[in-house]
Design a protein. Structure first.
Length: 434
């Protein structure tokens, strides 16, 4: 904390991982003497930079950009870019730290990184978004490359932004280097199923957890927080598996629709009109919108937090358990506070931590890199079945690792942290003190 003052989310993420590692370090004292943990907590490289741009009124605006290249033990740095006014060094470092273990869990050759800017895309025109992305890339391009560091999307960065970023990278380098960014549109180097991958993957992970107790999504009530990329495709897959999503949210409030969320309407409002969620309830008579309170008060069997960090607190966890929730799988990064996790685990709720449950997005990004390297494009079905297999493998590995290291098999937090750590630690030990 003295070394990284004011970086609350980074401290939280590091504490969460380190508090699981005791049994692994006892069995592997060489990782302690090799300074693996100390080295892992210090990013290999941190870049912070000025992003000047001109808004539609001709006024000069200045934002701060970041790229944290955290660990290249397993491959090129890999992780998304977040554009949101809350972005600061501590947030980007927490996300980059989580990414190291998540990427390791996928079993693919990708290191950990993350980036972004404190830019608020909300209410900005396409022209403003483009000028911001071009300015951001004008600095970022010197740090990235298909074998160095491969950014993707995250909050506030979707296909539109990836397009503008890629266009500027190409212009600056005079290279069509498809593998430098993932999350590209399918028409020019993107992978089928990447847009859907994080949400689908979270549902696949939850499905595996439920199956261990002889349960499934069929006929279940589900709440999904957020209504962005991860949430929308989590809802889509839940519905395909026979579940009923009765509530979702955005930062202005949440909507309850006992008929089940109308996904086409939600997509139209959030992806095409880029409007607030309250519009859903204005259009749909069975729905109501609340600007106050929390969607975790809505009774459900399964909750999928897919919005942002620390959105599910202790009181939310108490409300969920009182209503008999069976499983919580994190589509977002660190959406549950440590106190909430304690309540959920204490009540015997199946809990899938983000670094395992939402790893499907980055896994499919790695599949996109494979397709780019081979100048190939797989079908949607082929890519989705690879994604499903990766999620199954992560689930199996989490359980097996928790069991091996003295935890209950359904201690997915212990299993994910240790399994991810061991893979990175082995590579670091083999590569020497670097
Ligand atoms: P988007 O920007 O597409 O969507 C974010 C959604 O969360 C929006 O609906 C936003 O609402 C909502 N939101 C933000 N803050 C709050 C809040 N305090 N309360 C309720 N809702 C809120 O981002 P993504 O869907 O891509 O990312 C969501 C989460 O998933 C993040 O934690 C991200 O790091 C994680 N993730 C994303 C991956 C990906 O592939 N995209 C991969 C792995 C993890 P509003 O529009 O009002 O801001």
């Amino acid at each position: 904390r003295r070394r990284n003052p004011g970086e609350a989310e980074f401290h939280q993420a590091v504490t969460e991982v380190l508090s699981s590692l005791g049994p692994a370090l006892e069995r592997h004292p060489e990782y302690v003497s090799g300074g693996i943990v100390e080295r892992l907590c210090e990013p290999e490289r941190q870049v912070a930079f000025r992003v000047p741009w001109v808004d539609d009124q001709g006024a000069v605006r200045v934002n701060r950009g970041f790229r944290i290249e955290f660990s290249s033990a397993l491959g090129p740095y890999k992780g998304g870019l977040r554009f949101h006014p809350s972005v600061n060094l501590g947030i980007v470092k927490f996300l980059g730290f989580e990414q190291i273990f998540k990427n390791a869990l996928t079993g693919m050759g990708i290191g950990g990184g993350k980036g972004g800017a404190d830019f608020d895309p909300r209410g900005r025109s396409d022209g403003e978004i483009m000028r911001f992305c071009q300015s951001f890339m004008t600095e970022l391009y010197r740090h990235i490359g298909e074998r160095t560091d491969v950014p993707a999307g995250d909050i506030g960065v979707g296909g539109r932004e990836i397009g503008f970023l890629f266009g500027q990278y190409k212009r600056l380098t005079n290279r069509f280097e498809a593998g430098v960014l993932t999350g590209k549109p399918v028409a020019w180097g993107g992978s089928h199923a990447r847009t859907e991958a994080t949400g689908y993957g979270t549902v696949f992970f939850a499905q595996e957890m439920l199956a261990t107790r002889g349960k499934s999504f069929d006929g279940r009530r589900v709440v999904v927080s957020g209504s962005g990329n991860v949430a929308v495709y989590a809802i889509e897959k839940v519905q395909a598996l026979g579940g009923r999503v009765v509530a979702c949210s955005d930062s202005s409030g949440y909507v309850v629709d006992e008929d089940g969320i109308d996904l086409e309407l939600l997509k139209e409002i959030k992806e095409v009109r880029r409007a607030r969620l309250s519009v859903y309830a204005e259009v749909k008579p069975t729905a109501h919108f609340s600007a106050r309170g929390t969607l975790y008060d809505v009774p459900c069997d399964i909750a999928l937090p897919c919005a942002t960090q620390n959105e599910l607190g202790r009181d939310d966890a108490v409300a969920l358990t009182k209503n008999g929730v069976l499983a919580v799988a994190e589509g977002a990064n660190m959406p549950s506070t440590p106190e909430a996790i304690e309540v959920l685990r204490g009540a015997g709720v199946l809990f899938g931590p983000g670094k395992a449950a939402n790893a499907g997005g980055v896994a499919t990004s790695a599949l996109e890199m494979q397709q780019n390297a081979a100048r190939d494009q797989w079908t949607f079905e082929q890519t989705e079945s690879r994604l499903a297999a990766v999620m199954r493998d992560i689930h199996t590995e989490c359980r097996a690792t928790a069991d091996t290291y003295g935890g209950a098999p359904d201690d997915y937090v212990l299993g994910a942290n240790i399994a991810g750590f061991l893979r990175v630690a082995d590579a670091m030990a083999a590569q020497g003190i670097v």
